[in-house]
Write a protein that binds this ligand. Structure first.
Ligand SMILES: Cc1cc2nc3c(=O)[nH]c(=O)nc-3n(C[C@H](O)[C@H](O)[C@H](O)COP(=O)(O)OP(=O)(O)OC[C@H]3O[C@@H](n4cnc5c(N)ncnc54)[C@H](O)[C@@H]3O)c2cc1C
Length: 283
């Protein structure tokens, strides 16, 4: 059964690129940068993966022709990581060729822990070849992140730091919010000290305030990092941050395959369920 899009509308900008353009333009006008995410996950046949690469390439070209201030975020499982790693690498490089040609940027989202090592390995290969056109995401809740962040910071990688959105067992990830916040601060510090432009992805005031304070106390200029939040969450906060002179970027998902993304947002915060339920009762 296909659920009606009205349920997802709060977190997903549209089912097509055309529907999404006005939302991106409105945010750009408020001095907020965007990263567009064409929704979908875990493609298990080559035909679908090839179609996905073609859609991403079209997206990069459409962003240029629509004059939007937006990068793209992608998932390697959509490029065929479950099928074969070297096939996935070829697809990623095909996409990055176009990104480089259009002076664009592709962020590789981080998925569940089964994919962490492969994602980091493919990112490192891509970074050697495409440099500033590719970035990665690191999840603060993973125990392995201490080592990964040190390595990626030494490389000078462009890293988005987030808490982590997948259900992971205790031996793989921290389970307690206080410990996750503590780890997040520790890794944010490494990125602010060692990399040229870290991306701080959280809606958590405690972390946003901590980063602002740390940056001002350690002479890290506002222009040297950015805050990132998800479409539909805390837009007022993003506007306030932009007004205060911070760089901001909203992650804007769109597309017809919105259900897994939508489900993660619901599981994350019980308030999100209320937002969705309330849309059922509104005209
Ligand atoms: C731009 C971006 C990209 C991401 N990319 C990835 C990725 O590639 N891989 C991945 O695993 N995860 C990704 N995530 C998701 C991330 O890992 C977390 O699951 C998600 O951001 C929830 O954690 P949080 O720190 O934002 O806040 P939470 O832990 O959900 O909330 C902490 C506190 O923040 C405040 N807060 C949170 N939301 C709101 C709200 N809507 N209104 C008011 N207060 C609020 C509340 O005080 C709350 O108690 C991404 C997140 C962002 C923002």
């Amino acid at each position: 059964m296909k659920l009606p899009f009205i349920l997802a509308k709060r977190f997903v900008a549209g089912e097509s690129f055309q529907e999404t353009i006005p939302k991106v333009e409105q945010l750009n006008q408020k001095d907020i940068h965007i990263t567009l995410d064409l929704l979908g996950e875990n493609v298990d046949d080559r035909e679908m993966a090839d179609d996905t690469v073609a859609s991403y390439i079209k997206l990069l070209k459409n962003i240029s022709s629509a004059g939007l201030d937006s990068t793209i975020s992608i998932k390697l499982t959509m490029l065929g990581l479950d099928i074969d790693e070297s096939y996935c690498r070829d697809n990623l490089f095909k996409l990055l060729d176009v990104a480089r040609e259009h002076n664009q940027f592709v962020r590789i989202d981080m998925e569940g822990s089964d994919y962490t090592q492969q994602t980091i390995d493919l990112f490192k290969e891509a970074f050697r070849e495409y440099g500033k056109h590719v970035g990665i995401v690191i999840q603060a809740y993973l125990h392995r992140t201490k080592d990964d962040i040190a390595e990626l910071a030494d490389l000078g990688a462009d890293v988005r730091l987030c808490k982590g959105a997948y259900n992971e067992p205790e031996h793989i990830a921290l389970q307690n919010m206080a410990a996750i916040r503590q780890a997040f601060k520790e890794y944010a510090k490494v990125l602010l000290e060692k990399t040229s432009y870290p991306r701080i992805a959280t809606h958590d005031d405690e972390l946003v305030d901590w980063v602002k304070k740390y940056a001002s106390e350690h002479q890290v200029d506002q222009s040297r990092f950015e805050f990132q939040m998800l479409y539909g969450l805390r837009q007022n906060t993003m506007e306030e941050l932009a007004d205060q002179g911070y760089n901001t970027r909203i992650y804007v998902p769109f597309g017809t395959m919105w259900f897994p993304y939508f489900k993660r947002r619901l599981m994350e915060r019980k308030e999100n369920i209320w937002f969705v339920l309330s849309t059922l009762f509104k005209k």
